[in-house]
Ligand binder design. Structure first.
Ligand SMILES: Nc1nc2c(ncn2[C@@H]2O[C@H](COP(=O)(O)OP(=O)(O)OP(=O)(O)O)[C@@H](O)[C@H]2O)c(=O)[nH]1
Length: 340
């Protein structure tokens, strides 16, 4: 990179300054973070920290031995090296729960003994260092907090579930009641597809659930591949006042197994609208028998009355846990029993 700079200079192109990224140039005293630094301004020395490994690019190399040492620490990850200048707050990508920058307690830069302070204007430099120390401490506290959050979120298990069944059985109502209770709408709006997220704790494990509320199915509906790929489990919903919707369950289940090429998949059969007692067309025993045949869990619910809504999802988490992660409970018990 240094060679490239010299070539560019030699053909007298307009003077070049590396444009620092927004993140690293934020400085309380900087009026124009992207403008060229004026020599002697407080922002000038920090550019070497912005590009610590490419200080040769700078037309004004540092005489500050401390900063020079920081710049020379090429084996330290850039995120840690950029700790020295004041930083904007750390950002956490909430969706993926990945931390954009996480650093540990240990400050990546060297210790700052007085002997290593620059010869020029020591008072100004030491007051800057004190300020920097305070900022670093505040920043470190924020980082520890962020790191904690990141660790917690990384403990979550991702679970993608799809809710399937005939039209108008209450799939959307069930999802909405689960994700943001109390939410119930008497009106019917056919769903094309909707996705919701909820974190659920079940059996000492936190699950980051992605819930896909699918469009109502009939026997002729083509099974979309996205409902098979990367999906951990299914809620198969019928309405207790509709035989047709009950018969759809077997059809949908067959489609899932055919498409996924599996013999078994975690499922829970849900008999919805239990509040419509006078209109019941499917008995509880029939629902249970079908679920048994499909090796699935079974529950009856009413999204309208918010009855057994959470339990329906918990039943699915249980089915998925049996299939994918029976270990955590076993692990924990073996760990506890280790020293006993
Ligand atoms: N009585 C009663 N009605 C319900 C219940 N759940 C949903 N409904 C009603 O049934 C109708 C359809 O509900 P939705 O949740 O949209 O059904 P859906 O299965 O998502 O429908 P599609 O989008 O066509 O697949 C709406 O008018 C709801 O108010 C329930 O538990 N009891």
């Amino acid at each position: 990179m240094a060679t490239t700079y010299r070539i560019v200079s030699s053909i007298n192109l307009p003077s070049f300054r590396p444009i620092p990224s927004r993140r690293n140039t934020t400085s309380p005293s900087s009026s124009s973070p992207h403008g060229p630094p004026s020599p002697g301004s407080p922002t000038t020395p920090e550019l070497s920290n912005v590009f610590p490994s490419s200080s040769a690019l700078l037309p004004y190399p540092h005489s500050d031995p401390w900063i020079a040492r920081v710049s020379s620490r090429n084996n330290t990850p850039p995120a840690r090296r950029s700790k020295l200048p004041p930083q904007p707050p750390l950002a956490v990508d909430s969706k993926s729960t990945s931390v954009v920058q996480v650093s540990s307690n240990s400050v990546a830069g060297p210790s700052r003994p007085g002997s290593e302070q620059p010869e020029s204007s020591p008072n100004q430099e030491s007051s800057e260092l004190v300020e920097s120390e305070i900022e670093t401490e505040t920043e470190t506290a924020t980082e520890i907090e962020t790191e904690k959050k990141a660790t917690m979120s990384s403990d979550k298990m991702k679970r993608k579930v799809v809710i399937m069944g005939a039209p108008s059985v209450g799939k959307t109502s069930l999802t909405q009641q689960f994700v943001a209770p109390p939410t119930y709408n008497e009106q019917y709006f056919p769903t094309i597809e909707a996705t919701a997220h909820k974190t659920v704790k079940f059996g000492n494990v936190e699950y980051d659930c992605e819930i896909i509320d699918s469009a109502g199915q009939d026997e002729y509906t083509l099974f979309p591949s996205k409902y098979a790929v990367g999906v951990h489990g299914y809620l198969l919903v019928y309405s207790i006042n509709s035989r047709q919707s009950f018969e759809m369950i077997q059809t949908v289940h067959d489609k899932i197994l055919d498409f996924a090429g599996l013999e078994k998949v975690p499922c829970v059969v849900v008999g919805q609208k239990t509040d419509l007692t006078g209109e019941r067309r499917v008995t509880t025993a029939e629902g249970e028998a079908l679920a048994k045949k499909l090796h699935a869990g079974f529950i009856e619910s009413s999204a309208k009355n918010n009855e057994n809504v959470g339990k329906a999802f918990e039943a699915l988490l249980k089915e998925m846990q049996k299939e994918y992660n029976p270990a955590p409970e076993a692990k924990k018990s073996s760990w506890w029993s280790w020293g006993r």
